[in-house]
Design a binder for this molecule. Structure first.
Ligand SMILES: Nc1ncnc2c1ncn2[C@@H]1O[C@H](COP(=O)(O)OP(=O)(O)OP(=O)(O)O)[C@@H](O)[C@H]1O
Ligand SMILES: CC(C)(CO)[C@@H](O)C(=O)[O-]
Length: 277
């Protein structure tokens, strides 16, 4: 039996890195948005180990976060993921594929796991793959998650902003997540902790956007194109910031179009869910 899940894209606006030997406990703190543009993951369990694999938008790809989920759940599977989101550009596509695989593989095999267990499996696989630290828990929750503790449940306490704004985004290119989070993250993490403190003091969308801008500046992650796009949106009275970790700018409402960019639009949306065939 095949099963299918939809997982929202997740844009992190700021974060700090929290390493731990246990990949369920390791993760990031920070805040972001779950987007109605996401990944549809269809899973087909197979009898013979080695017959599985991941097909992303029609191409056979290596995705260690998904392989980790399949290994942890102990049933090989063919995983077909489809998305309109750009890869490696800050939308948590690998986290979405991992979480979608966990939910759908459990459904397809009547695996009997709870949601908490499946989120932990996907989070741990994503952390071990080095492709993300907080996307999976944000994608499971949906909305505008504030990640107050690193890790997956029962760790990883989450809160959120109750707002559900319309969002636009434009991508100028990717950033290698594994390289950034595997490198020296001290400055970045300090900036991320400050941003979280700022948002906790004033939990509004406006403060979130301001904290994101300051974070990407202080962490030294903004490219020239990203900086220019953020400034262009601000100059037409809009709110924009950089998506972690990609050369991507997201804006509230129609801020990017108003500034003359050819942007895609979507909404902040609910968390990951199984869907019918
Ligand atoms: N065309 C592709 N370009 C880049 N990565 C790809 C591609 N196809 C498959 N992959 C795999 O997808 C994963 C991309 O992970 P990566 O963390 O860079 O990006 P992401 O999941 O989109 O999230 P983010 O940019 O938010 O960190 C990697 O495991 C990589 O091996
Ligand atoms: C590391 C990260 C920015 C990659 O998208 C994300 O997983 C996060 O916020 O931990």
């Amino acid at each position: 039996m095949t099963a299918r899940a939809f997982v929202p894209g997740h844009v992190t606006g700021f974060f700090s890195v929290h390493a731990h030997d246990d990949p369920v406990v390791a993760g990031s703190r920070g805040a972001g948005l779950a987007l109605s543009d996401g990944v549809t993951v269809t899973v087909d369990p197979v009898e013979t180990v080695g017959d599985g694999g991941v097909v992303l938008d029609g191409d056979s790809v290596e995705m260690p976060a998904v392989t980790g989920v399949v290994e942890r759940l102990g049933t090989d599977a063919r995983v077909v993921a489809e998305t309109d989101l750009p890869i490696s550009a800050g939308f948590g596509v690998s986290g979405a594929c991992a979480l979608g695989t966990a939910l759908a593989l459990d459904a397809a095999t009547a695996g009997g796991h709870t949601e908490r267990e499946l989120v932990a499996v996907a989070h741990a696989s994503e952390v071990e793959a080095g492709t993300g630290l907080g996307d999976v828990v944000g994608q499971a929750r949906g909305g505008m998650p504030i990640r107050l503790d690193p890790g997956a449940p029962p760790r990883g306490y989450l809160d959120g902003l109750p707002a559900r704004p319309d969002v636009e985004y434009v991508t100028f290119g990717g950033l290698d997540t594994a390289e950034v989070i595997g490198g020296d993250t001290e400055t970045l993490s300090r900036a991320g902790e400050e941003a979280l403190e700022t948002l906790r003091t004033s939990p509004t969308v406006e403060t979130f956007m301001r904290a994101c801008r300051r974070f990407s500046r202080e962490a030294g992650l903004q490219t020239d194109e990203v900086r220019a796009a953020i400034e262009d949106v601000q100059s037409v009275g809009g709110e924009a910031a950089m998506a972690m970790l990609g050369q991507t700018v997201f804006a509230l409402d129609d801020g990017l179009s108003r500034a003359g960019y050819d942007a895609r639009s979507c909404r902040v949306t609910a968390g990951a869910t199984l869907v019918g065939e």
